[in-house]
Each structure stands twice: as structure tokens, then as C-alpha cells.
Write a protein that binds this ligand. Structure first.
Ligand code: ATP
Length: 719
């Protein structure tokens, strides 16, 4: 490796540029050499490897391949606060929330908008993005042991479904299976596995439809959600977290998604989802619910009739035929219609929160599991294959190359627009610089045309890349978080898959422009012209990848990319000559892909050209013109190598940024011991004489309701 880096360093130092620029380029090239020469079979990062092995040797050893390893999650005193430096205030997003999720059961976190459902779900999945403003404390246990999510496999179904839009449902699942399951060795085995998944997820009818995007209609929202679930299930997760899985779906699709989650729970998975306000039939599928309002617990325990029975003890009767989920949502929501209603609803909610907090021991931990606790044999996902992540480096590379090629070549609408834009801009430039002659003024015209050619090519490639890469990056981040593949094979496959499609547009541009402007009319010059703009296009795309890796959104990338390119345009060789550039900016022309493309195009065009002369000081030859504008002294090969060096630099930077910008999650801090609720025991509840706080609220509000049983605490099930 040291030898490789040294050799590449020598190679780079011999190809133009000097000093710091050369060192940087050599480092970038050496890094890329290391990257693309391959580190041998990819291995999981240390922590990810632990994910596979953590519990293998202990009592918690997961069962053999494919069986769902039962995981009970218990959380206590979870508090998440958001501090505001300016106002010095602290807002609690979650306050002392405790609960439990068990295998074989579907738990729904319900509550009004902004009540903290997603925050709690993220805490349980250890997916709270780190922020200096956020503080998180509490205890999280897996099968009774303090641990992290690394100790078991989990799936996280996010609100936003992200896929490669040009792939079909079947192709998406096949590739995910091949990338994640190294046991799949034959095509038949893979197809059988995928067919089983498609059948169980109800995706058979759309198996060969493309997923689609805003440009091309593909599968429906519900189908996308179930496909996301399918991709997550390949890893045989013990726990499935789903953030608002029904959002944006019609009632039918929402029910199908929830039914799939229910069946997965029956299969032994621990399923936890956040949901805003489900319809009645969806509510009926929940085994347990957690009701949150403004970050605090109002109820946690068995679902269906038990919460209704619980609240009826305070006089809040769910009307017959009403949707229980709507009733519960109304009960714990603040009514902002008037000052009085705000006051009374707040008071009601405060009392419900207090009542629950005093009784939570009984409700939370006295919840015996019904017959559904154990894994059922209801839903088996095809041949049971344990998810052993990652095949070898080359296997990953070929699979990713296949995917990148399918995505790049099938994206008809984008490719059509790019082709039309290339031809249209060639026609416009060709018309403006129509059939240039050999007069003295044509020298500047030629340079102007070659400069706009260099700018147009770079801008087209850059904007295309920054427009799509941030979204693709989100998919890649998710897949890499699952340990599906390493960055090296991904970036290399992307570069190679885009060569044919990416080269087609500069060729179209050159083929139209060259004869129209009557540039140096030989076939080899035309070939070199197309070659230079093609390499430039790839270098600009690589820069687009770096920009897309630096910022979180497409909009930010669209703002940053062109502004950065403007700097390279200014130092592109036409407006400021390299020799006249102030010393502190000297590195910019050397790093400007526009400058190298422009210089290469000028050398290609002017060398060997003769101009009409009338005065002795006129420029007679192309070489003189190059010399006069400080564009000589090098050859086309050097300019292309300098561009390739820039391309390598941007690719290496992208690699480093993608590695560095991995999402970082907030760790739970254990609360002070006196704040931890004692471990609760399943003891029969004793009668108490304490009046319920709800009773007082009821009395204050003069609500006619069933009197609250003062001596009988809440017993929800089985006690
Ligand atoms: N990282 C964060 N920074 C600032 N505020 C946050 C952060 N995370 C959550 N919040 C705030 O916490 C509150 C609860 O957010 P959360 O997304 O958990 O609510 P939710 O119940 O899932 O709401 P919805 O049903 O509307 O999605 C919101 O007011 C939200 O703005």
C-alpha cells in the first residue's frame, strides 16, 4: 500500500501543478488508489460486528438461523429536554416516561400531534439525533439487562420511504436480500426467498412495477410502505419500530400496513409504532398502547377495551359505536376553541396524568401477557436465513454496479431532458458563433465559445448531480447503517455505471456544436474535443457528489454547488489569466476543472491553426495566440490528467465526508439513582384510601359522571 501511494504520488507530481497543490493531489490520489484497489473482503465496523455477536455466548444467545429472537424492551424514567440558550429555558419533550414492549405484541404510541410519540420511538430505537440542545436520561433495558440497540437486530420503518425509483419491487427486494444475506448463493434460492416475501407482504400484484417517483408514477404509498418493511425484514429483526406507518395512506392501505405489522407481532417480533389517530379497525389490532400528551404518560397498558374501562372510572365514558382511538385522542387533547375550554381541558389532562403517575405501577407492570405472548407460527418469511451482513468487496461492487446501471440507464425522463438540454445549448452556441472564420477577431470568439462550452458542461453535470445525490445519500446512509455494504464499492460502482450515460451528453453537445461553429475541422480534433468535455463532465459530477455530501438537503446543495463553481469559473483561464492571479489565489486555477478543460480545448483548437494577418503585430498562428493568453506551455494530455486528478480529489473528499457525516445519535444518560422508580413487582394491589385526583377535578367541573371508586385503585387486567 505504501508503495502504491508513493507511486501514485510520483505520477501526480509529474503531471503539472506544484507545491501544496501537488501534495494535496498526491494524497487524494493515494487515498483513492487505496479505496478502489479494495481493502479485501469488507468487514463490519466493530460495533456492527458486535450487533451480530453480542449475545451469542450469553444466556441471550439468539436462536438458530431465521428464528425471531424474543426481545422485551423496558424503559424507565425517560426524560428528554430541549434547552434554549437565548431564553435559558428548558422544554421537556418527554417527562419520566416508563413502559414496556413485549415480543409477540403490537404496541402503539398514541397521542395528539407534538405529544412526543416520534421522540419516544426514537429514544427506544436509540435513534435520537445528537444535538447540543437535547439532553436525554433514563433507563432502557433489553430482556432485563441495560444494553444498547447494538445487542439485538431491529428494523426502523421511517415516515419517508426512500428507494431507487427505477427499480421494480422485485429487483429492490432481490438486491437487498443479496446485499444483506451472504447465505443466498443461487438465483433459485434468492428468487424463492423474494417470492415468499412478496407473497407475505401482499406485493405480488405489483412485483414487476417500478417504484417510481414524482416524474414517473409507480407503486402506491401503501405498497411503498410494505416494501420498506420487506427491506427491513431481510435482517430478521427482533424489534420493529414504525414511525407513523399509516401517514399519507388511504384507509384501505393503512389497514393493510397495520395488518402486516400485527402479523409480524404474532410471528414473535416486538412491534412498536407511533400513530396519530387510527381508525377503529386499526385500533383493534393493537395489543398495548401508550398514551402521551405533552411528553407525559396518560396511560400505558393493554389496548382495546381496557383503556376505555380505565377512563370510565373517572367518568369519561366512550359513547357506543364511537371510535375508541378518537375518544382517547379527544380526551387527552387540549381544546383551543376558547379560554374556558383550554383551562378545563388542561385541568382534566393534568389530573389524568397525575392519576396515572400514581397508579402506573399497577398498570404498567401488572400487565400479564395473554395467550399471544409467545411467537406464533403465523407468518414465516420464506426460507429462514439469518442475516449475515455483507458479502465480499467485489460481490458488493457488482451488485451495486448492477443497481446503479439500472437506475442511470432507465431514468428516461431525466435522460431525455439532459439530451434535449445538451442539443439545445449546442444549437444556441452554434448559432451565436456560427461558422467562425480565421480573422483576428475570431481568436477571441473561439476562446469565448470554448469558455462557455467548459462552463456549460460543468454546470450541467454539477446541477444534475446535486439535484439527485442528497436523496440517494439518504438511502445509502440507511443501507450502510444496516451494514449492507462499504463505501468503496458504492462510489466505484457509481462512477463506472454513469460513464456511458454521462459521456453521451457531451458527445451530443460536441456533435452539434462542432460543425455549426466550424471549429478546427479534423476528425481527431473533434474526438479530443469530445474527450475533454466528457472528462470535465465527470469531474464536475464528482464535485457535485462532494457538495451533496456536505449539506443535508437538495435545496442547500443547489445553493452551494453553483456558488462554488462560480469561483472556478472566474479562475477558468478566460477572465483572469493564471499568471496574473494574486499569489494567495494561485491554487484556485490549479484546482479549477473549468480552467483545465478550457486550456485543453484551446490547445486542441488553436494548435496548427493559421489566421489572416494584415498588420505586423497580428497573431499569425494558433500557437502565438495560446502564448499571448498564457494558455500554452502544456499539452492536452496534461490538462486531461489534471482534470482526472481533480476528479479523484472530489471523489476522495466525498468518501471522507460520507464517512465523517454519518448520523450521530444521542446516548441515554442514567438518571440519578433517587430518580429511578424502584423496580416494580407484580404484587396484588392493596386497597387505598387515597382520593383520586381525578375525583377533585370532576367535582370542580361539576361533571355528572360515575363516581370514582375511591378505594379501588386501577386494575386493568388479570388482577
Ligand atoms: N431535535 C429536536 N429539536 C427541537 N425540537 C424537537 C426535536 N425533536 C422533537 N422536537 C419537538 O418535540 C415535540 C414532539 O415532537 P414529536 O415529533 O415527538 O411529536 P409527535 O407526537 O410525533 O408529533 P406528530 O404526530 O405531529 O408527528 C415537537 O414540538 C417537536 O417540535
Amino acid at each position: 500500500m505504501a508503495f502504491g501511494a508513493k507511486k501514485v504520488g510520483h505520477m501526480v507530481s509529474g503531471i503539472g501543478g506544484n507545491g501544496m497543490g501537488q501534495i494535496l493531489a498526491a494524497m487524494a490520489a493515494a487515498l483513492l488508489f487505496r479505496l478502489f484497489s479494495g481493502p479485501g473482503p469488507a468487514s463490519l465496523p466493530e460495533d456492527e460486528t458486535c450487533e451480530e455477536n453480542d449475545s451469542v455466548n450469553g444466556d441471550d444467545a439468539p436462536p438458530s438461523a431465521g428464528k425471531v429472537f424474543p426481545v422485551t424492551i423496558t424503559w424507565r424514567n425517560i426524560t428528554c429536554s430541549l434547552s434554549d440558550k437565548h431564553s435559558k429555558s428548558v422544554r421537556f419533550l418527554l417527562k419520566d416516561v416508563s413502559g414496556e414492549a413485549k415480543p409477540g405484541r403490537l404496541l402503539a404510541i398514541m397521542g395528539p400531534s407534538g405529544s412526543g410519540k416520534t421522540t419516544l420511538l426514537n429514544v427506544l430505537a436509540s435513534q435520537i439525533l445528537a444535538s447540543p440542545r437535547l439532553a436525554l436520561s433514563g433507563l432502557l433495558e433489553f430482556n432485563g439487562k441495560p444494553s444498547s440497540t447494538k445487542a439485538y437486530k431491529f428494523a426502523y420503518l421511517r415516515q419517508e420511504d426512500l428507494f431507487f425509483s427505477q427499480l421494480t419491487v422485485r429487483e429492490t427486494l432481490s438486491l437487498a436480500a443479496e446485499l444483506q444475506l451472504s447465505e443466498i448463493s443461487s438465483v433459485e434460492e434468492r428468487d424463492e426467498y423474494v417470492n415468499n416475501l412478496l407473497f407475505k407482504l401482499g406485493l405480488v400484484s405489483c412485483a414487476d412495477s417500478i417504484i417510481g417517483d414524482a416524474k414517473v408514477r409507480g407503486i402506491s404509498g401503501g405498497e411503498k410502505k410494505r416494501l420498506s418493511l420487506g427491506c427491513e425484514l431481510i435482517a430478521s429483526p427482533s424489534v420493529i419500530f414504525a414511525d407513523e406507518p399509516t401517514t399519507g395512506l388511504d384507509a384501505f392501505q393503512a389497514e393493510k400496513v397495520m395488518e402486516t405489522l400485527r402479523l409480524l407481532a404474532q410471528d414473535g417480533h416486538t412491534v412498536i409504532c407511533s400513530i396519530h389517530q387510527p381508525r377503529g379497525s386499526v385500533y383493534g389490532k393493537f395489543d398495548d398502547i401508550v398514551l402521551l400528551t405533552e411528553g407525559t404518560l396518560v396511560y400505558a397498558g393493554p389496548a382495546r377495551d381496557q383503556p376505555l374501562e380505565y377512563f370510565s372510572r373517572f367518568g369519561y365514558q366512550c359513547p357506543d359505536h364511537a371510535n375508541p382511538a378518537e375518544f382517547l385522542a379527544d380526551l387527552i387533547s387540549i381544546d383551543y376553541s376558547s379560554a374556558d375550554s383550554v383551562y378545563s381541558s388542561k385541568k382534566r389532562i393534568d389530573a389524568l396524568v397525575e392519576a396515572f403517575s400514581t397508579q402506573s405501577s399497577a398498570v404498567l407492570y401488572a400487565t400479564p401477557l395473554t395467550g399471544k405472548t409467545g411467537p406464533k407460527q403465523g407468518m414465516k418469511f420464506g426460507k429462514k436465513i439469518a442475516a449475515k451482513r455483507k458479502g465480499g468487496w467485489w460481490r458488493q461492487f457488482w451488485l451495486l454496479l448492477k443497481r446503479a446501471w439500472m437506475q442511470a440507464s432507465r431514468d428516461g425522463p431525466t435522460n431525455k431532458v439532459r439530451a434535449r438540454m445538451s442539443i439545445a445549448s449546442a444549437i444556441i452556441f452554434g448559432s451565436v458563433f456560427w461558422r467562425m472564420g480565421r480573422s483576428q477577431t475570431s481568436i477571441l470568439d473561439r476562446m469565448g465559445l470554448l469558455q462557455v462550452t467548459a462552463i456549460n458542461t460543468a454546470m450541467a453535470a454539477l446541477t444534475k448531480t446535486v439535484g439527485v445525490f442528497p436523496k440517494e445519500r439518504a438511502i445509502v446512509d440507511r443501507e450502510r447503517a444496516k451494514g449492507s455494504y462499504a463505501l468503496g464499492p458504492y462510489l466505484l460502482s457509481k462512477l463506472i455505471a454513469e460513464i456511458p450515460v454521462g459521456a453521451a451528453f457531451p458527445l451530443m453537445f460536441g456533435a452539434v456544436l462542432y460543425p455549426m461553429a466550424r471549429l478546427h475541422p479534423t476528425f481527431s480534433r473533434f474526438g479530443k474535443f469530445c474527450g475533454i468535455v466528457t472528462v470535465e463532465s465527470f469531474a464536475a459530477s464528482a464535485m457535485g457528489l462532494t457538495v451533496g455530501s456536505m449539506v443535508p438537503t437538495t435545496e442547500a446543495a443547489m445553493a452551494l454547488g453553483p456558488s462554488l463553481m462560480t469561483v472556478f469559473i472566474v479562475f477558468g483561464g478566460y477572465y483572469v489569466t493564471a499568471d496574473n492571479t494574486p499569489i494567495i489565489f494561485r491554487w484556485i486555477p490549479r484546482a479549477s476543472l473549468i480552467r483545465w478543460a478550457f486550456q485543453g480545448l484551446c490547445i486542441n483548437e488553436f494548435t496548427g491553426l493559421k489566421f489572416d494577418c494584415q498588420n505586423s503585430f497580428d497573431v499569425q498562428t494558433g500557437e502565438q495566440a495560446l502564448y499571448r493568453y498564457s494558455l500554452g506551455g502544456t499539452c492536452i494530455r496534461d490538462t486531461v490528467i489534471a482534470q482526472s486528478r481533480i476528479l479523484l480529489f472530489w471523489y476522495s473528499t466525498t468518501y471522507l465526508l460520507l464517512e465523517k457525516n454519518k448520523p450521530k445519535y444521542l446516548q441515554l444518560k442514567a438518571p440519578a439513582s433517587e430518580q429511578i422508580e424502584p423496580k416494580l413487582k407484580l404484587e396484588p394491589l392493596l386497597e387505598t384510601d387515597q382520593p383520586s385526583p381525578l375525583k377533585q377535578v370532576e367535582q370542580n367541573q361539576h361533571v355528572e359522571s360515575t363516581p370514582v371508586d375511591q378505594t379501588e385503585p386501577f386494575i386493568l387486567e388479570g388482577l
